[in-house]
Design a protein around this ligand. Structure first.
Ligand code: MOS
Length: 736
């Protein structure tokens, strides 16, 4: 391979950085087609019941109002099937305004369209809706489990977990609970829709232009070729923008009815109702171990909250199956229905909260055994995935432990609760493992070499803010032996060659091989043109052709530029296309691994808890870009810390409405909360997964963080918080 390797792994700054800083980068809400109109929703104030009447007269008289849509006048649309294999997933099965039923507070009951956002919003408050309210609502998972029970989703078992548990010398039996967390990307969900000649064109803040196209084509019963979805830039998604939500469908439907483009921006409050959230979980973990710490039995049984309008299973125990060597295991997942909007994937779905439970229980076990928690994890390490019964393609978790422990200074830890002090502060040190599946999905790409010596790359995937534009430019630059600034990456358009959603931490592992292969195909094409009649190299032996730095050389060192090769053929460019597949079926299990070591300080006199230091080591295969990879892990660590200490969407138990549905009351960390971060990126290529050896890195850094924090809190305070987030009241002595 003639790849110029130096740029792979380099700390390359985002190629789209200047566009973002100057405002040239356009997000969905920045597109203003001719004749634009603006929509604002009317949202149910009840969580359960029926709409009895909608009086739109006052709203229709408001300035600038064009129409008010609701179930009485909205066009009848189709539901979309939900199938990942068909690249079409919806979490809320209903289409908006399907009927008069209300299943959650914040559900769309009407949509006002006006000539300006302000006019639409003002009129929305004049729409008078009366309801027949069912006040017997279920606001929380605990209420749901009590009143409605749970529905089994799936389970998996090996060995004899119950027998091994009973006969083991040491047991841990604990239940861990985690709250609803709400996705809060800076950019709220945005859709701009217009119809031209029966074709639907949408600018959408989506993590998947292809999935969005497919879903809209089902809802509007259009051939997929008649739906075009754009997402040039996305202000993050965290899983909330993976699938199509009601606002997008409502906007497209309204645009068709009005015959004018419609823009819709979801208000921050409605991010808490009608566009998904991380579900609430209740996780029962039972561990048993021998005197030397060998795990004899693992059970991890989960129930998560879901809704009337969709069933989302949070796969909390996914990592539990394969992280430790243990012959006796049972995991299970179930759901229970609340009267809330439907949940969805949120950064590291499953493992994100699942490892809070497992890795807290491991810490509890270490305490029972009188064993160092790091030693307990080393003891039970496995380089074979016992869940899949396959060896891991590449697993350097032990090296992660070594390097993070060394950098953190773990050997200086004294195990006693409250035994480490700094003046009035008690210091707590905790650690946990982290883990995420390494996945790869089929991908197409097109690479074009132009006669001005530049190259372009097209793929219908997208950059949700993670650095996809940049890593693709690095790969194209390496393959084409061209400087980075000669590469133009085009993403975020459903008409480009098929690309995967940006989710699951699989974009990099999926896109890189396709772009590289397409680049090589483009090089082959230019070599083919070089051998044709009229070419300056027509007389040379094509077998001797070597491509280098935008030139084709013959066996005698004669070098001809792309322009000079294309010109005699009267061509502007040479194009290569590629299709690459999903994860190879090569007898390996693919995963990424890592660990977090966390220091907290607890100052009882003033009840101040602070995460002061985090050292993390992550094994995610070959790192393609040191800068963007580190940025992903650091962001995920902060999000994990946020999950540990801050985030929880609270619902009013009387009416199932979210209470803290804004940035003032939904707590997230600010700069003053930031710990010192030390991220160690291992760099062992995993060539079984793809030719670059790169796995994903977007999600793993969040996993395990909550447990590492909670374990540090226990070490400092002796309080085992099994119910996230770790709020101060949970650390106070009842007597105080
Ligand atoms: Mo991720 S939760 O797959 O965007």
């Amino acid at each position: 391979m003639s790849r110029s390797a130096s740029i792979i792994g380099a700390a390359v700054s985002r190629i789209d950085g200047p566009d973002k800083l100057t405002g040239r980068a356009r997000y969905a809400g920045d597109f203003h087609p001719e004749g634009m109109t603006y929509a604002y929703g009317v949202y149910s104030t009840i969580a359960r019941g029926r709409v009895v009447s909608i009086d739109t007269q006052a709203a229709m008289r408001c300035p600038g109002v064009l129409d008010v849509f609701h179930h009485g006048n909205f066009p009848s649309l189709h539901r979309s099937p939900a199938s990942f294999a068909e690249e079409n997933v919806v979490d809320e099965k209903r289409v908006p305004f399907e009927d008069d039923e209300v299943f959650y507070a914040g559900q769309f009951v009407a949509l006002v369209v006006a000539d300006s956002f302000e006019h639409a919003r003002a009129a929305a408050y004049q729409v008078k809706v009366t309801y027949d309210e069912d006040t017997n609502t279920v606001a929380t998972l605990a209420q749901a489990m009590e009143k409605r029970g749970s529905t089994h989703a799936n389970d998996s078992e090996r060995g004899d977990p119950e027998g091994a548990y009973q006969s083991a010398p040491h047991q841990v039996d604990a239940t861990y609970t985690t709250p609803v967390e709400t996705h809060n990307p800076m950019e709220t969900h945005t859709t701009v829709a217009r119809w031209i000649d029966g074709k639907l064109e949408v600018w959408d803040s989506t993590q998947g232009v292809v999935f969005t196209r497919n879903t809209l084509s089902k809802v509007f019963d259009l051939d997929p070729s008649r739906v075009i979805v754009h997402a040039d830039f996305i202000g993050s998604g965290f899983g909330g923008k993976l699938w199509v939500w009601p606002h997008c469908i409502a906007t497209a439907g309204a645009a068709r009815e009005l015959g004018r483009p419609v823009q819709f921006v979801l208000p921050r409050q409605q991010m808490f109702t009608t566009s998904g959230h991380r579900p609430e979980t209740s996780q029962h973990v039972r561990l048993a171990a021998d005197n030397d710490g060998t795990l004899l039995s693992i059970r991890h049984e989960n129930v998560n909250s879901t809704s009337h309008v969709g069933t989302v299973v949070e796969a909390c125990a996914g990592s539990t199956e394969g992280l430790y060597k243990c012959d006796n295991l049972r995991i299970s997942h179930a759901t229970s229905i609340t009267d809330r909007g439907t949940p969805t994937a949120m950064r590291a779905p499953g493992a994100g909260v699942g490892l809070f439970a497992l890795e807290s229980a491991m810490d509890e076990l270490a305490v029972k055994l009188g064993m160092d928690p790091l030693e307990l994890r080393r003891k039970n390490f496995t380089d074979r995935d016992p869940g899949a019964d396959l060896p891991y393609s590449s697993n350097h978790l032990l090296e992660c432990y070594d390097r993070a422990a060394e950098s953190f200074g773990w050997s200086r830890r004294t195990p006693g609760v409250g035994s480490m002090r700094d003046g009035d502060k008690i210091i707590g040190w905790g650690m946990a493992a982290c883990n995420w599946d390494a996945m790869r999905n089929p991908c197409d790409a097109r690479v074009t070499l132009h006669d001005d010596g530049s190259a372009s790359v097209h793929c219908a995937s997208q950059d949700i803010g993670t650095g996809t534009y940049t890593v693709l430019a690095q790969i194209a630059s390496a393959e084409l032996d061209l400087p980075l600034d000669r590469i133009d990456i085009k993403l975020g358009d459903s008409t480009f060659p098929h690309g995967p959603i940006s989710g699951g931490s699989w974009a990099t592992a999926s896109l890189l091989p396709a772009v590289a292969e397409a680049a090589r195909a483009a090089i082959d094409k230019i070599k083919e043109y070089a051998g044709k009649a009229g070419s300056p190299l027509a007389d040379a032996d094509p077998n001797d052709f070597v491509y280098e730095k935008g030139m084709v050389k013959d066996g005698h060192g004669k070098a001809v530029s792309i322009a000079d090769i294309l010109k005699p053929q009267q061509l502007a460019s040479a194009t290569g296309e590629a299709h690459t597949g999903g994860a190879p079926d090569s007898g390996y299990s693919f995963g990424s691994f890592g660990t977090h070591f966390v220091e907290i300080t607890w100052e009882p006199a003033i009840a101040q808890l602070k995460v002061t230091r985090v050292v993390s080591a992550i094994d995610a295969g070959q790192i393609i870009n040191q800068k963007s990879a580190r940025n992903q892990v650091e962001g995920a660590i902060v999000m994990g810390m946020s999950s540990a200490l801050f985030e929880a969407t609270e619902y009013d138990e009387r009416n199932a409405r979210p209470v803290n549905n804004n940035y003032a009351e939904y707590l997230v960390p600010v700069n003053a909360d930031m710990p010192q971060l030390d991220v160690i990126l291992l760099d062992h290529p995993d060539y079984e997964l793809n030719e670059f050896g790169a796995r994903g890195i977007g999600e793993i850094g969040l996993t395990g963080m909550q447990a590492a924090v909670a374990n540090a809190v226990y070490h400092a305070t002796g309080k085992r918080v099994r119910d996230l987030p770790v709020m101060l009241d949970k650390l106070m002595d009842e007597t105080e």
